[in-house]
Write a protein that binds this ligand. Sequence first.
Ligand SMILES: N[C@@H](CCC(=O)N[C@@H](CS)C(=O)NCC(=O)O)C(=O)O
Length: 216
Amino acid sequence: MIKLCGFALSNYYNKVKFVLLEYGIAFEEVVVKPSQDEAVLEHSPLGKVPYLQTEHGDLCESQCIVEYLAARFPEQRIFSADPWQAAKEREMIFFVDVHLELTVRNLYKEAFFGGTITDATKGRVEKLLTHHIAGFKRIAKFSPYLCGEQFSVADAAGYVSLPLVGMATQAIYGRDFLLDAGIDWKSYLKTVGARPAAQRVTEDRKAYVAASARPS
Ligand SMILES: N[C@@H](CCC(=O)N[C@@H](CS)C(=O)NCC(=O)O)C(=O)O
């Protein structure tokens, strides 16, 4: 059986887990933390999570994993059957993962982990993120899903990463860049969060956080 390796706090781990659950693909979870230890590097070359373990070997990068799942389980229709619609779903995922999340990730050290980042980083991220959010807003439909009236695989990416954009910008700049741009990500989260797959992802994340806070 496919093994999903990573941990429940990771948005990219949760993106893949959401897809596996949503599209009814059997999998096991294996808790692995990002690490530069050889034990992790031999499976995931940059020491990042998630990675997948299959009968063929290891596969990293959440989107490569989703693409592999879509190809391996075509009957689950992870992407829309219509090639144009499927391409728009991929475009949306790229905007969320790369233009939004990868940009805002530069803030996490201070926003979430008690570290500090430089004013230069804050300035650079502010400029880039403002630009990227404006672009995202042009294509994201929120009616109520990212790609329109139907849930799509792009919502797995949106569900796990849009809150990080809102929360990290609120923590660093004192204002939520998404809300400021008129993107009501909290309502979106409620809509997507009603799905059983989303509920499981969120419950597991909360349980992980609670267990980590407990003295050992
Ligand atoms: N592009 C990667 C990003 C994965 C990623 O950044 N994972 C984080 C956890 S959410 C991680 O492993 N960070 C540790 C590191 O960057 O060394 C993907 O889509 O899977």
